[in-house]
Design a protein around this ligand. Structure first.
Ligand code: MN3
Length: 196
């Protein structure tokens, strides 16, 4: 049985950038539902004794396993996403090796911010924007719905949920404002740097 982890901060800790109400609904309702659905779908399945990562890889791209993939990937994506955020990041920016790697791949930190923002705005409908380790350094990848680097050979360094449930109460249709607020104020760059 998979379990929902507690957040490493309070629901209100990311205010004013993400409200307590959004965080509570997102974690206690949306994320919890992915975990509950996954456990129900796995009951009696031959995938039940596999790790979350194995389940994701074995069900990715299979139409007959789409429900299991979607809930497993969303559980995995959210567990990672919560760690990508921190209330202790105000005024901080990537530094050291992370800043150097971002500058190599995107020209500069501002280049990274702009490219990430453009990818987030360009993701039509629900999905995620990921910073991943690719063959040529860091790359930005946008994936629909439950799309996850965990289904691929690329490993995630940072990820941002751009489903409307992540921001609609606070920003309505202004996805770009949500993305900018997160990038400039509440990314846990220490966690991101560890994923390099
Ligand atoms: Mn979400």
């Amino acid at each position: 049985m998979f379990k929902l982890s507690s957040l490493p901060y309070d629901y209100g800790a990311l205010e004013p950038y993400i409200s307590a109400r959004t965080m509570e609904l997102h974690h206690a309702k949306h994320h919890q539902a992915y975990v509950d659905n996954l456990n129900k779908l796995l009951a009696g399945s031959d995938l039940a004794d596999k790790s979350l990562e194995e389940i994701i890889r074995q069900t990715s791209g299979r139409a007959d396993q789409a429900a299991i993939f979607n809930n497993a990937a969303q559980h995995h994506n959210h567990e990672f996403f919560w760690q990508c955020l921190s209330p202790a990041s105000a005024g901080k920016a990537p530094d050291g090796n992370l800043e150097a790697a971002l500058a190599r791949s995107f020209g500069s930190l501002d280049g990274f911010y702009q490219e990430f923002q453009a990818a987030a705005l360009g993701q039509f409908g629900s999905g995620w924007v990921w910073l991943v380790k690719g063959e040529r350094g860091l790359e930005i990848v946008k994936l629909s719905n439950a799309g996850t680097p965990a289904a691929t050979a690329q490993s995630a360094v940072f990820g941002l949920d751009v489903w409307e449930h992540a921001y609609y109460l606070d920003y309505q249709n202004r996805r770009g404002d949500y993305v900018a607020a997160v990038l400039k104020n509440i990314v846990n760059w220490d966690f991101v740097a560890k994923n390099l």
